[in-house]
Write a protein that binds this ligand. Structure first.
Ligand code: SF4
Length: 465
């Protein structure tokens, strides 16, 4: 999971990109970067670390011009390297180009091997670099046509922002797996971002989503919407609504917060339990817990407090840090929990170890009973489209029954939202058109883009961004 932003036609483009990256920081904490254009050449700053630490005033001054793109990247095992920090920027036969990518190309390993066989030399292990090589090889005569040409050679999930000296090109893959929104700054210029929460911060108006398969080309004269790919049935990622996106974002025209609350309401209907309080695993479980509390009539309370000064444990790079991180991240509120029958609502269970530690923490704070409710179906398969979920063998629900998972995490009861319940929850907030085009593969094993053969899981993980 990563976040991208693009700004065009604003005198403080890099500053807006910087602020926008703050709003997208939850999508990746490994590295961040901004590339700007002053109309003649590109300028860039890319570093490992958090947005607030990287971009000092002095560094932002090194990013002049009225257009910029930015990126936040999250960690993948063994791949935490500044060589993969984005946006990537290169010189080629037609000038300079930079790119920032959210998603994953499923055939990256095969395409890279073909390019290497023809003599291409790669600097890092990111699949995004493949796009720059394909772009450089394209015989098309203009920037946007070269980009379309390159993208027709690959398959997978991509929400991309490209910057040349004079234009911004924005593309979303034909299935629209990763989100991408278009906004207009109140004073001047266009903004695109992975999530609409960026627009609130920088005072831009949210106009609409970039459509699946759409390419938007923005230059000094105009903004043009193109459709360079054959149309396909969209497959937006349902996990964005469950966990990844910020609750104040709008995806496919609907509030992420409202979708999560609808999932919590449905969960209460599917898995009721007598309890004194309903609490959330903050932050991503909060809206679903409120929905659960409202539908069940159980009082919502704040039983766990989250520290916001460390990253998500789900995306920490090392096993040892992940386990330690649960204790760093969450603290129980003893006064709220002691002596109570507690329903705790979380968005998902991946390996089960984190859930077990949370249940143990709530019990240690004196809770009489702890009932775990999950606002998504069991996660039984990995994501091949830009989310660094572990291999199938490490996903507890791929090999254990709900009762076995309950025993493993130590809860008094465990209930997952059903797949049908997930779809009904989303159907209650999305239009029927939007609701038809969803990817739920990590819950259903119905993968919308087949993996090429051979595709080894390690290669895939190394190349995901
Ligand atoms: S496999 Fe899961 S996480 Fe990946 S795009 Fe599909 S729904 Fe989203």
């Amino acid at each position: 999971m990563c976040g991208v932003i693009g700004v065009f036609g604003h005198p403080e483009a890099a500053n807006l990109a910087y602020l926008g990256l703050h709003a997208l920081q939850h999508r990746g904490q490994e590295s961040a970067g901004i590339v700007s254009s002053d109309g003649r050449q590109l300028h860039w700053v890319r570093e490992m670390g958090h947005v607030g630490d990287i971009f000092t005033e002095e560094r932002l001054r090194r990013l002049p011009g009225s257009s910029a793109i930015g990126h936040v990247r999250y960690s993948t095992t063994g791949d935490s390297s500044s060589k993969n920090a984005q946006p990537l920027a290169v010189n080629y036969a037609h000038g300079q180009v930079a790119v920032a990518h959210n998603g994953n190309l499923v055939d990256a390993a095969n395409v890279r091997s073909r390019l290497e066989a023809k003599g291409s030399i790669f600097q890092g292990t990111s699949d995004t670099e493949i796009l720059l090589h394909l772009l450089a090889h394209s015989q098309e005569c203009d920037f946007s046509s070269r980009i379309a040409d390159a993208l027709r050679s690959v398959h997978g999930a991509y929400s991309l922002v490209f910057l040349s000296e004079s234009s911004l090109v924005v593309v979303r893959d034909p299935l629209g797996i990763r989100p991408l929104s278009l906004g207009r700054h109140k004073k001047n210029g266009w903004v695109v971002a992975s999530e609409s929460c960026v627009f609130d911060l920088i005072e831009a108006e949210h106009i609409r989503d970039i459509d699946p398969g759409e390419m938007l080309v923005v230059d000094a004269e105009r903004a043009r919407s193109l459709r360079p790919f054959l149309p396909e049935e969209p497959r937006r990622c349902v996990f964005e609504w469950i966990y990844f996106a910020r609750p104040d974002s709008i995806i496919a025209g609907q509030s992420v917060c409202a979708a999560r609350e609808a999932m919590g309401r449905r969960l209460a209907i599917e898995h009721p339990v007598p309890a004194d309080i309903a609490i959330a695993v903050p932050d991503s479980g909060t809206a679903a817990a409120i929905g659960y509390a409202r539908a069940s009539g159980i009082a919502f309370d704040q039983g766990l407090i989250r520290s916001h000064y460390i990253g998500r444990t789900f995306i920490e790079p090392a096993e040892s840090i992940r386990h330690f991180g649960v204790k760093l991240k969450l603290s129980p509120v003893r006064d709220v929990l002691a002596g109570r029958r507690v329903v705790v609502v979380d968005d998902s269970i991946v390996r089960g170890t984190t859930s077990g530690k949370i249940i143990g923490m709530i019990r240690a704070a004196g809770a009489r009973e702890v009932h775990l409710r999950i606002s998504s179906p069991p996660t039984i398969g990995p994501c091949h489209y830009g989310i660094d979920t572990p291999d199938r063998s490490k996903l507890i629900a791929s090999s254990h029954t709900v009762e076995e998972i309950r025993r493993f995490v130590g809860a008094d009861s465990l209930g997952y939202l059903s797949l049908e319940g997930l779809h009904q929850s989303l159907a209650s907030v999305l239009t029927s058109h939007e609701h038809r085009g969803l990817c739920d593969a990590c819950f259903s094993n119905r993968y919308p883009i087949p993996l090429p053969v051979p595709m080894r899981s390690r290669q895939l993980r190394l190349l995901s961004v």
